[in-house]
Write a protein that binds this ligand. Structure first.
Ligand SMILES: [Zn+2]
Length: 125
């Protein structure tokens, strides 16, 4: 993207939070034991760790005519709301992504999967 725009990559790379959920076992145990990622199609954590963010896995937009992109926020509290969609889930998880976008924003929605690069997984109570 930076070559297309002929800009410094640092100016279009934004560190953003992406709260999500998981369906398999406790992520701390999984990461500490270096176990295999699960194959559950509903497990966003393992899917992102295995393949990166995929548009086909995003929630449908509330606007019926609009396809959803990959959402992230520079506010971890805002992203936490997405982690809380499953109140039975403890601990919570959140990814820190490098998101390529011409402009920064409180939230960013990108439609190119390659423009979101997972860097860190935060596991918290
Ligand atoms: Zn999993």
């Amino acid at each position: 993207m930076s070559k297309k725009c002929e800009v410094d990559p640092q100016t279009i790379t934004h560190s953003m939070f992406h709260g999500t959920t998981y369906r398999c076992r406790d992520p701390i145990t999984m990461l500490e034991t270096e176990a295999e990622f699960c194959e559950n199609e509903e497990c966003a954590m393992c899917g992102i760790l295995r393949e990166g963010n995929k548009k086909r896995k995003t929630r449908n937009s509330w606007l019926w005519w609009k396809k959803s992109g990959i959402w992230s926020s520079n506010d971890p509290g805002h992203s936490l709301a997405h982690s809380l969609k499953r109140p039975d889930q403890h601990p919570y998880i959140m990814f820190v992504l490098d998101v390529l976008s011409p402009l920064p924003g409180y939230t960013l929605e990108v439609f190119d999967e390659a423009a979101t690069i997972p860097k860190y997984l935060i596991v918290f109570e």
